[in-house]
Design a protein around this ligand. Structure first.
Ligand SMILES: OC[C@@H]1[C@@H](O)[C@H](O)[C@@H](O)c2nc(CNc3ccccc3)cn21
Length: 605
């Protein structure tokens, strides 16, 4: 019979059964293997029947690669896959967690902590659709987003990847999945993966489950919780993700009550796959199997056994693919892992690939390259920046409000601080490189300083000094009508962001004291999370939490100068002291500097 699996008019399960029935063990295990771009030559993909390739953070075809280079790379790999006996296409995945962060000149949106402050699920959906177009511009159909972590401790290095500490707010923001993948039609089968068309991407809700609940926010560590606490705090977003038809779920490095999530058969198979009826595929994190043991990779055969039997379907290996393939082959041949488990994994992977139309559209659509960094998307990102800003203070007690700032001044405006003129720092981690970069040459965008200069009346004297010394301040303090002080955190990702003191990094505090001690000032804090404020807050006339706004820094000036009012509300509790942590809305003992949901409002001027 003609290859029925290649016939798109055949029912989905007919195609899956037909193809699965033809596959050798080597071809099945190849589908379960995801390797890193740098290993993924067409020959390796062909020889090992590789099912998936990824770009890890910062892994690009060439520095500042244009979309055409990405398309050429992905298509080259795809030809390797299509030349295999059964011609099963690869699915290429990448972290587009705040826009297509790895790609030069992509639109970079606010990180999730800021999106949570918009309280605007419809905006999140529009962002998802825009990001999908920018990802498709590079020929990629699959992203490792959204992170639906419920970050319960801001000392966690990935807290900025979390929409909120409050599970309901995170649940609401899962609307971004319907932007990425398209809106699933009502009345379908619960839990099946969905993708509307070739201008959408398959999504990945991560990291299942409890990644945001680790002790002291230590990345990849242990989440101590009763099953009820796990279900009420960390699990809710996965209900919504499954209902929205999310195509994949990524497993967390963390443990639950001492058991590694990557080895947790109860939560992956019995709960996610059976109870929640998730029908897409479950993917490990990077070397997630290796990290089941301590030290990592200490017993890779055991890692493979535990991970695959737990219910992991695709393994983000990413480099030692022969060791993985040989190990899994051995475990199937010696009966440790039943073929039924392998078939479940491959069935799920094929279900996603058939559903997203990958067999009919294995190659990039070259007409989409113009979507990358499109002005329409930048305008959307700028809107998101505006709505993400949270006004925490506006005028000292007894003073009249400082914001919105006048665009016309008699004297000048002093702009100070390390983060006023630093595109990389306002983007944060997962931008161009894994950890992110400082400086202004990493990609295309608008710094907060650029935005201020464009917002004021032409001819207004805007003076920028990154770290003005006391002498400069004393000589000029009468000159300036007011100052804008922009300080905050350097870029970071994952464990590099773990931080137990959460103080504003030097020289931020000194700049605040020097400038605000002499000149009326508004401080704009660029950070992935709440930081220690109490020592300085009385010195400030006004204070804005800007989070990690991304490339469209103009959105900050839009609101500072009153083109738009402040509307953002805290997605996270703002603690007084780290000694209070963890401290979340709803806790019995709750004594924040600013509570969850706080945000002053201003009217457009
Ligand atoms: O980039 C792929 C995944 C990403 O989707 C996950 O959210 C994240 O947990 C993740 N981390 C890495 C790399 N982690 C790593 C940590 C220490 C040394 C080398 C790599 C890759 N990935």
């Amino acid at each position: 019979s003609a290859d029925r699996y290649k016939d798109p008019s055949q029912p989905l399960n007919t195609r899956i059964d037909d193809l699965l029935g033809r596959m050798t063990l080597a071809e099945k295990i190849g589908q379960m293997s995801q390797i890193e771009r740098e290993k993924a030559t067409p020959d390796v993909i062909n020889k090992y029947f590789i099912g998936s390739v990824l770009s890890g953070g910062g892994s690009v075809p060439e520095k500042n690669a244009p979309p055409e280079a990405w398309v050429g790379m992905v298509n080259g790999m795809q030809s390797g896959a299509l030349s295999t006996r059964l011609g099963i296409p690869i699915i290429y995945g990448i972290d587009a967690v705040h826009g297509h962060g790895n790609v030069y000149k992509a639109t970079i949106f606010p990180h999730n902590v800021g999106l949570g402050c918009t309280r605007d699920p419809e905006l999140a959906k529009r962002i998802g659709a825009a990001v999908a177009l920018e990802v498709r511009a590079t020929g990629i159909p699959y992203i490792f987003a959204p992170c639906v972590a419920v970050c319960r401790d801001p000392r966690w290095g990935r807290c900025y990847e979390s929409f909120s500490e409050h599970p309901e707010l995170v649940q609401n923001m899962t609307s971004i999945i319907s932007g990425f993948q398209g809106e699933i039609p009502a009345g379908g089968t619960l839990g099946v993966p969905f993708m509307a068309g070739q201008r959408n991407v398959a999504a990945c809700s991560k990291h299942y489950v409890g990644d945001g609940g680790t002790t002291n926010g230590i990345n990849e560590n242990n989440t101590v919780a009763t099953f009820h606490e796990l279900l009420s705090i960390h699990m809710p977003p996965y209900y919504n993700a499954v209902i929205r038809g999310v195509s994949t779920v990524m497993i967390s490095y963390s443990s639950w009550n001492g058991l590694k999530m990557h080895a947790n058969r109860f939560l992956i198979t019995d709960f996610l796959k059976k109870e929640l009826r998730f029908r897409g595929f479950v993917i490990s994190d990077w070397q997630g199997l290796d990290r089941i043991t301590t030290p990592e990779h200490a017993d890779y055969l055991l890692s493979i056994k535990l991970g695959i039997l737990a219910g992991i379907d695709m393994v983000m290996i990413p480099f030692n693919y022969t060791e993985f393939i040989d190990g899994l082959t051995l475990l199937v041949n010696n009966g440790t892992i039943p073929m039924s488990r392998i078939d479940d994994a491959v069935r799920r992977i094929l279900r996603v690939k058939f559903t997203m139309g990958l067999f009919e559209n294995p190659y990039a659509d070259p007409s989409l390259t113009g979507e990358l960094g499109k002005q329409e998307h930048r305008d959307l990102a700028r809107e998101a920046v505006r709505k993400s800003l949270v006004l925490l203070k506006n005028g000292k007690p007894g003073d009249k409000p400082l914001l919105p700032l006048p665009k016309k001044t008699y004297g000048g405006i002093l702009v100070a601080g390390s983060h006023a003129n630093d595109l990389g720092s306002q983007c944060g981690g997962w931008t161009i490189t894994w950890q992110g970069l400082t400086g202004n040459n990493l990609t295309a965008g608008t710094t907060i300083l650029d935005g201020i200069k464009r917002a004021v009346v032409p001819g207004t004297d805007v003076v920028y000094s990154e770290n003005p010394d006391a002498g400069f301040i004393q000589q000029n303090k009468a000159r300036f009508d007011y100052a804008i002080v922009v300080v905050g955190e350097p870029p970071y990702a994952e464990t590099f962001g773990d931080n137990l003191n959460l103080t504003i990094p030097a020289p931020g505090p000194a700049i605040i004291q020097n400038v605000c001690g002499s000149i009326k000032c508004v401080v704009v804090l660029v950070s992935g999370r709440p930081l220690v404020l109490e020592p300085y807050i009385n010195t400030m006339n006004a204070l804005v939490a800007a989070w990690l706004p991304g490339t469209e820094g103009q959105g900050v000036a839009d609101v500072l100068f009153g083109d738009y009012g402040f509307t953002g509300k805290l997605s996270r509790t703002w603690f007084r002291s780290v000694n209070q942590l963890p401290m979340n809305v709803g806790d019995a003992r709750y004594d924040p500097l600013f509570p969850f949901g706080f945000g002053l409002e201003t009217q457009p001027s």
